[in-house]
Each structure stands twice: as C-alpha cells, then as structure tokens.
Design a binder for this molecule. Structure first.
Ligand SMILES: Cc1cc2nc3c(=O)[nH]c(=O)nc-3n(C[C@H](O)[C@H](O)[C@H](O)COP(=O)(O)OP(=O)(O)OC[C@H]3O[C@@H](n4cnc5c(N)ncnc54)[C@H](O)[C@@H]3O)c2cc1C
Length: 427
C-alpha cells in the first residue's frame, strides 16, 4: 500500500476546496475545517492515494491524484458511470435497473456530484436500500454512499468529560456501528440494534425502536449540499427531527448528501427499559437500570426483532410500511369509544399515536396475500415481496390496505418508505 508522511490536515482541506472551487469565505467558516480534515484523514486518505470503486459489480477502479487533476477526474467519472442492477441493493428485493450508478467512497468525489447535478443530471442518494421502493427503471444518477470510518473525537476539548463524541461516516452499516459502540462501552444505541441500512440513512427518517429515536443520540449531521456544492454541519435542532421525519426526508431528492453523523453518548449511561417488549423479555428478567449492561439490551433487542420481523434476506420487506398515525386527543377518545381495545400511546403534547399494525389487523389484512405481495402474517405493518413482485403490485396492495383502514377508522395511513420515481418528471 502506498504510504506518505502524514500531511497537515487543515492545509490539505484548504487546498482541496480551493482546487475544486468549493471554497468561498462564508463556506470556510461553515466548514468546520478541523472536522473535515478528520474525515479526510481517517476515512480514505483521500488527497494522496485514491482507489475509488465506481461501480461495485464492474470491479472498475481509478487511481489518480485528485489534487493535481480535477478535470481528469470528471472525465474518469463520466466514463465510469455504468448501468447497474439494484435488485440486491434494496431489501424489498424489487427489480430495478439504474442507468448510472456512482459509488461514493471519498469526499473528493463530492464536487463532481455537484457538477453532475449542474449538468442537469438528476440524482438519487442511496444508502442500504432498506427504506426505499424503487421503480423498475431508474433514470437518475444513483449515488451509492460507501464512505467509511468511525472516529472518537479527541478528549480534552471543553465538554468532553461527561460525553463521548463520535463521528461516523455515512456508509458504515448501522448495526455494525451499534455493535462497535456497545463493545467499546459507548452505550446509548443498543435499543436501535439490528435496524438495517447505513449510518447516513439513520437521520433521514430519524430511526426509532424500543423507546429510543436516533435524534436522542445525535449532536450534528454533516452533509454535502449538492446544489450549492458545500459541506454544511447541521445541529440536531436544524435537522428538524420529528417522528420518522427530518429536514433530509422532506427535501427534494438530490439536495442533501449526508457524509457523516456526530453522535453524543453520555458517559453516565441511563438504560431505556420502559418498552413493554423489553420489560417482559426473559434475557432481561431481574435486571435493573443499575445492573443491566448495554450488551444485554442489545442481545435482547436482536432476539425480539429476529422473532417478530421477517429477515429481508429471506423475505423481501422494508420494515414498517406505514407510520403510526398521530391524532388529536378528541379523535382518540371517539375511536376508543367505538373500539375499546384500540392500541394507542399518549404523546407528551396530549395527542395520541395509534398502532397502525393493530388497525390493519382489525381491518382483516394481516397475513393476506395478493399474488407476489402480501401483508406479513406476524407483523401487519410489514408488506412483503414473496418473489418477483412488480412495484405496481406492492403499491396497489398498500393502497388497498390504506383504503380499508380509512373506511373502518377514518384515519389515513402514511407510507414510511421513500417511493422513488423513475425520473423527477414522473414525480
Ligand atoms: C427488516 C427491517 C426493519 C426495520 N426496522 C426499522 C425500525 O425499527 N425503525 C426504523 O426507524 N426503521 C426501520 N427500518 C427502515 C430502515 O432500515 C431505516 O429507515 C434505515 O435507516 C434506512 O437506511 P438506508 O441506508 O437503508 O437508507 P435507504 O433505504 O438507502 O434510503 C432511504 C432514504 O434515505 C436517503 N438517504 C440514504 N442515505 C443517505 C445519505 N447518506 N444522504 C442523504 N440521504 C440519504 C435516501 O435518498 C432515501 O430517501 C427497517 C427496515 C427493514 C428492512
């Protein structure tokens, strides 16, 4: 492997952004250069040696010196955008042929992505494909995020006594990161174990499970603003997280490309054990907040999830296909009068979150099959692909389920996965 003397990080960053025309004065302030330097050094040694895989299935790679020849990179990238099947890159297992796919494995590629978008290429950012409904033919440039790296932000800085701050690159697998953190004693993410996808995908819909949402553990998210061609670090507040939603999910596709997430995990960890499934789980029997470990919670969560949810490797699915609808207290009261066993959770603002799975089951859809698609027989919130399903069949089933719930309960269900149109004109 090609090795060089460790470079001066902040000088490299300045040179990098100057070279790619991505540095103006305002941006230099925004960029948090030290942080970018950290990514550059720890993720991919990007400035000096590069080995970028542009298309996983093609085994095509380019080795080049980015600092010296940006024009060459552009033409290399243009030549290397290849057609690729995304069948194995979405957990629903839908057949999808993407016209052009670019694997992002270095920050050095970011300016090129902006150049593509300015050249009127429509972009779609793909993580692990565990929360998308893909069309049969995708005419956008698909940017597959494969940035890697986990770095504990150095201790000694103010405010580091009571917390661990860890920067994690967007292409890291989510569960791999949760396991790594737990093994190192950085607790707080264990309730979110075994959720498929990438770290970069986690803030998009503010993933949540077993009483924890990822927003509870995030300090900031650093993303490339594709149209403006600059890195922006958004605080947790600026991410505007809500239930299964964020600024990233609400934005037009091709606006934000998350490159890393900074997690904030308190050293004085307080386990979250109040979720009913955890309270009654035999692996946690007799445990209290003082005696339980993060690893024990992680193991219990994995065990519960393996029992309850279909494994996408065996049965294509995207986890919950519908969000749990949130309704005002007045609507909850009138529904409760009609359906005494209605399952609902009071929210801090006085509203109620209704269990969509319960309503789907009550509408008679649990376990129902329509050709190649169906509603899972153990978890009514999950729609499954029995094999070879067309996207139209899946969306047709989703529509039938929604209509049934609306007719019986008067509550519209919102889909949780992102339905990707084949081209923006089709949206
Ligand atoms: C079996 C199963 C169980 C699940 N359980 C849960 C659960 O308990 N809780 C939960 O909240 N979710 C759950 N999910 C949904 C899914 O795993 C999460 O939403 C996950 O975070 C999606 O990440 P991803 O990398 O796969 O994103 P993708 O599916 O690739 O993309 C989803 C959206 O995020 C965008 N995106 C992805 N990466 C980036 C990036 N780097 N920058 C900008 N945008 C990006 C995409 O453009 C797209 O709009 C489950 C899914 C499955 C299949």
């Amino acid at each position: 492997m090609f090795q060089r003397k460790k470079p001066d990080a902040s000088k490299l960053c300045q040179a990098f952004f100057a070279e790619f025309g991505a540095g103006d004065e305002a941006r230099t302030r925004d960029l948090n250069l030290g942080k970018v330097a950290l990514y550059q050094l720890s993720y991919s040694r990007l400035v000096f040696t590069k080995n970028i895989v542009l298309c996983e299935d093609q085994n095509y790679s380019i080795t080049t010196n980015y600092m010296s020849n940006p024009t060459q990179i552009r033409s290399d990238f243009d030549n290397a955008l290849q057609t690729l099947s995304l069948d194995r890159h979405n957990t629903l297992g839908l057949a999808c042929r993407a016209k052009r796919v670019l694997t992002l494995s270095s920050l050095a590629q970011l300016p090129h992505i902006t150049a593509l978008s300015r050249d009127h290429h429509d972009l779609f950012v793909l993580g692990g494909g565990s929360n998308v409904v893909l069309p049969a033919q995708l005419d956008r440039v698909v940017v597959q995020v494969a940035l890697k790296g986990i770095a504990l932000v150095e201790a000694g800085a103010p405010g580091h006594d009571s917390v661990y701050r860890i920067d994690v690159a967007a292409g890291e697998g989510w569960h791999h990161w949760v396991e790594t953190a737990t093994q190192r004693g950085w607790f707080g993410l264990e309730n979110l174990a075994l959720i498929p996808g990438t770290v970069g995908g986690s803030p998009v819909q503010n993933i949540g499970a077993y009483g924890v949402e990822v927003q509870d553990r995030i300090e900031s998210v650093t993303a490339w603003h594709i149209p403006e061609g600059r890195l922006v670090t958004l605080s947790r507040t600026e991410c505007a997280f809500t239930y299964r939603d964020s600024i990233f999910k609400r934005a037009d596709p091709g606006t934000w490309l998350i490159v890393s997430v900074r997690f904030l995990l308190p050293k004085q960890w307080v386990p979250v054990l109040n979720y009913p499934d955890l309270q009654k789980h035999p692996m946690l029997a007799g445990m209290t907040a003082d005696t339980v470990t993060g690893q024990q919670i992680l193991d219990a969560v994995c065990e519960i999830r393996r029992t309850k949810l279909p494994d996408p490797a065996i049965l294509g699915n995207a986890g919950s296909f519908f969000k749990n609808p949130i309704v005002p207290a007045s609507q909850y009261v009138s529904l409760k009068q009609k359906f005494s066993d209605l399952v609902a959770y009071a929210q801090p603002d006085g509203s109620y979150k209704l269990a969509a799975g319960w309503m789907i089951e009550r509408s008679g859809w649990k376990g129902k099959r329509q050709g190649s698609v169906g509603v899972h027989d153990r978890q009514a919130l999950v729609l499954v692909n029995y094999g070879g399903a067309q996207v139209s069949a899946l969306l047709g089933l989703a529509q039938d389920v929604r209509s049934a719930v609306l007719a019986q309960f008067g509550v519209p269900l919102e889909m949780e996965p992102v339905v990707v149109s084949d081209s923006p004109s089709a949206s």
